[in-house]
Design a protein around this ligand. Sequence first.
Ligand code: GDP
Ligand code: IMO
Ligand code: MG
Length: 420
Amino acid sequence: MNIDILLGLQWGDEGKGKLVDAISPAYDVVARFQGGPNAGHSLEFNNVKHVLHLIPSGIFHPEKINIIGNGVVVDPAVFKKEVEELGPPVEEIIKRLVISTRANLILPTHRILDAAYESQKGNSKIGSTLKGIGPAYTDKASRNGLRVGDILLKDFETLYYEHLSAHLDILKNYSFEFDLKKYEAGWFEGIELLRKFRIENTEYLINELLSAGKKILAEGAQGTMLDLDFGSYPFVTSSSTISAGACTGLGVSPKKIGEVFGIFKAYCTRVGSGPFPTELNDSTGELMRKKGCEFGATTGRPRRCGWLDIPALKYAIMLNGVTRLFMTKADILSGFRKVKICTSYLIEGREHDRILFDNQTQIDPVYTDLEGWEKDISDVRDFKNLPSSLKAFIEFVENQTGVSVSMVSVGPDRTATIFR
Ligand code: GDP
Ligand code: IMO
Ligand code: MG
């Protein structure tokens, strides 16, 4: 059996949580492969909204196995809060969730370092979620990290204090005030809770489940345009958000990748700094933010909004090998008389459709205007009942990208999902 991947094609917040939850019934296992508590994955059912940061979005389906893979960075304090606020009793979550021994830990000082580095950057700050992601992945790559498996060692506390002392030495170079004790207590309580969970070499578990014919869905976090290698560096996150990241973040061979579901919003949003060619700093952008409730699920920050960007979408499709497109938030554009799609960039008088290496070049989007759809579509559940102008919008995207849109989402609830 192959493993399917669901991931974001834009700058994150495309609706991954909602869709993983919606398609989970077709899978036996849901596995997160990268990122950490910088993610905020919302899902909604029975009129209740849940926001997940570390726990995979299949967790509300009792019979499914959920895995936090080796590519994820885990903050025990965030984990504890999330487990306690999730809904199902802790014993039930323990049954449904397995965590990789090899996932790296986010230490309390990683969060402080994240904040110290950002404050020193001033105006050129990345706009990090301040969850300690960059410093935790830095320690992983420089072979200085602590991993979830280490918490089972007798001398874990000694190891922790060695790492702490190294971080405190770095922090001496920054005039940055912090209160370590406040966060550390909750962090150690999180370690205690983590020890009650199944902690395993999940690469074996995943490959054994595949061999046994189980269906696995890999859940991405962030989005392709925030990828460490291919995003607008340095305004990116610190992990590999693309489909290749699922291989290294779970321990599966590229030969075992099946479908790659690429999610995009019918428009674009971005939280944090960095280039955003189609950004609208006007009343239209304001309207998208208001109608789409475009405020970060993790930090509450307003999301920057703009029109759909085809060059960026094609780039993401190429990098990920997307086999099917899923489009979300089509309902938010209801009521717009005209909608725009950016098909190329005008750079120094010439049209381009490639993503540039640098972040400084002036890029002017070239738009195609399409007919909007007046009708509220949030109750539509059958593709044929969607307005013809929305169908034309979808067809336009398919023609531009060469990939079919096999799902359209028209609301936050798990049922507001139209499969073709
Ligand atoms: P994720 O990080 O990709 O999981 O996305 P987020 O949860 O951060 O942000 C997506 C937001 O849009 C959440 O508030 C979802 O509840 C909501 N959402 C997802 N799909 C749709 C949709 O089709 N229509 C509307 N109106 N909201 C949606
Ligand atoms: P989900 O999974 C949107 C952005 C931050 C910042 C940059 C680096 O919910 O789609 P980091 O904390 O990773 O060092 O921040 O990446 N960012 C996200 N933006 N959705 C996310 O996750 C994000 N995770 C990180 O805003 O610009
Ligand atoms: Mg999100």
